[in-house]
Write a protein that binds this ligand. Structure first.
Ligand SMILES: Cc1cc2nc3c(=O)[nH]c(=O)nc-3n(C[C@H](O)[C@H](O)[C@H](O)COP(=O)(O)OP(=O)(O)OC[C@H]3O[C@@H](n4cnc5c(N)ncnc54)[C@H](O)[C@@H]3O)c2cc1C
Length: 416
């Protein structure tokens, strides 16, 4: 291990004092959190309900629009160098797919001497409790008395459940597993709960492993964000190959162009995707038919052959759409049930949530990081993880100036 840890960290490697840190989720945020904690001498466990980097791998057949520099951290890249991996010298502006990010960055870090053996897959964390709810630990150094603050209820792949104690918890479980509903006011549309398992809510690999599912079918796509843009663009390519494929794209917003482009978008890939999808919608090319201003009132399942019927209230009155496949891209929301017993406000997830959770007498030692910290809002980017992780460890070690990323930066180098 000594060969692996840069000397500049020497005085910091016992800050965690061997306290246990459970990191929930092994996405980009979970891995960065675990890495930072392991350098500081926390005894890290990563509890992952599925496989390593599950969500990233699921949507990762598409290219990230943010570059390598923003999808990785200075600490992670420094450790890649020590592993002597070729990608450590990759140009910072390189664009890669989500799967490549898992393969070239997160997986080598998980297999590195720092994190080897910390990932436990097939463990869902169902609930987090605070063992000292009545007499919570106040601020002060990490000691045995303040330790084992939290209790986790976990479920293994075979259905067995157990309780596990830990000193600190970082909830990095993302939002991708918890899609938003498509009915009015964010509610499930009547019929949606019953059809939930038949509707696609994630980004499918339409030109790859899911091709046969969509080829030659009419797919209704709901939504007006980048995921809808990516889906429609791929379905349009499929329609060129297989002319029996049709795409009915509906948006609840009245705008004639579905995707709002960012003025002077710094991310070229994102802007290209938005422009391409808007062109498809406005020209009606490649079997894409776009219908704006269509809030959904109800969904019906008509059976395996016919698929779905959607009832909408359009600008000219009620309108129905039918299609064998239904994809909903209305975004994702955090699963707040997992920490309901901690007594935090009902839906408090927002950017400044960390400050609230860091309240010394209630929730010291627990935080929500990554995409989940953003709550229901879209727009979370991986470059934000460094700032969140740094603040989490500055709080739990009570070292406000602590910043491993700064130690990794070369002179004059800027970082988030
Ligand atoms: C299609 C798509 C494209 C994107 N493109 C970009 C991009 O180009 N650039 C960018 O910066 N951002 C992008 N993002 C946004 C964001 O950066 C990523 O979603 C990122 O993967 C979020 O990382 P995370 O670790 O917070 O969450 P996730 O990657 O979602 O990881 C959460 C992990 O927690 C696990 N988990 C969930 N619940 C539990 C539980 N109860 N117990 C244990 N484990 C659990 C999951 O299996 C998963 O492995 C994109 C998002 C999507 C959906």
């Amino acid at each position: 291990m000594d060969w692996f840890l840069p000397e500049k960290f020497e005085k910091l490697t016992n800050l965690g004092k061997g306290a246990t840190l459970c990191v929930l989720g092994s996405g980009p945020t979970g891995v960065e959190t675990a890495l930072y904690g392991a350098v500081l001498g926390f005894k890290v466990r990563i509890l992952e309900k599925a496989k390593a980097c599950e969500n990233l791998v699921r949507w990762g057949h598409v290219r990230c629009y943010t570059p390598w520099q923003e999808n990785t951290t200075l600490l992670g890249r420094e450790l890649l160098k020590r592993l002597r991996l070729e990608q450590a010298n990759r140009p910072l502006e390189t664009i890669i797919t989500g799967r490549q990010l898992a393969l070239d960055y997160l997986e080598p870090l998980l297999a590195s001497p720092l994190l080897k053996g910390t990932l436990e897959t097939g463990i869902s964390v169902l609930r987090i409790g605070n063992q000292n709810t009545l007499f919570p630990a106040g601020p002060g150094p990490i000691t045995q008395e303040t330790s084992k603050e939290f209790l986790l209820l976990t479920r293994l792949a075979d259905g067995k459940e157990k309780l596990e104690a830990t000193d600190f918890v970082a909830d990095c479980t993302g939002t991708y597993g918890n899609p938003k509903w498509f009915g009015p006011s964010g509610l499930p549309a009547p019929g949606e709960i019953g059809c939930r398992s038949r509707i696609v809510y994630g980004l499918e690999d339409i030109l790859g492993e899911s091709k046969t599912y969509f080829a030659g079918k009419t797919t209704i796509v709901i939504g007006n964000g980048l995921m809808a843009a990516a889906t429609v663009s791929r379905l349009a390519i499929l329609a060129r190959e297989n002319p029996a494929t049709w795409i009915t794209w509906i948006s609840h917003k009245p705008s004639a162009l579905p995707i709002l482009r960012v003025p002077n978008d710094p991310y070229r890939e994102r802007d290209l995707l938005a422009a391409e999808a808007n062109t498809l919608a406005s020209r009606g090319e490649n079997h894409v038919e776009f219908f704006p201003g269509m809030p959904i009132q109800q969904v019906e399942w008509l059976g395996e052959e016919a698929g779905f019927r959607l009832h909408c209230m359009g600008p000219l009155g009620p309108k129905t759409f039918e299609g064998e496949r239904l994809i909903c891209h209305r975004g994702f929301m955090p699963d707040t049930v997992i920490w309901r017993e901690l007594g935090v406000p009902l839906d408090p997830v927002r950017e400044d949530f960390g400050a609230e959770l860091a309240h010394p007498h209630r929730l010291f030692g627990f935080d929500v990081l990554g995409a989940k910290r953003y709550g229901r809002r879209p727009g979370y980017l991986m470059k934000q993880v460094a700032c969140q992780v740094r603040s989490f460890f500055a709080r739990i070690t009570r070292q406000p100036q602590l910043d491993l990323y700064r130690l990794c930066a070369s002179k004059g180098e800027t970082y988030p």
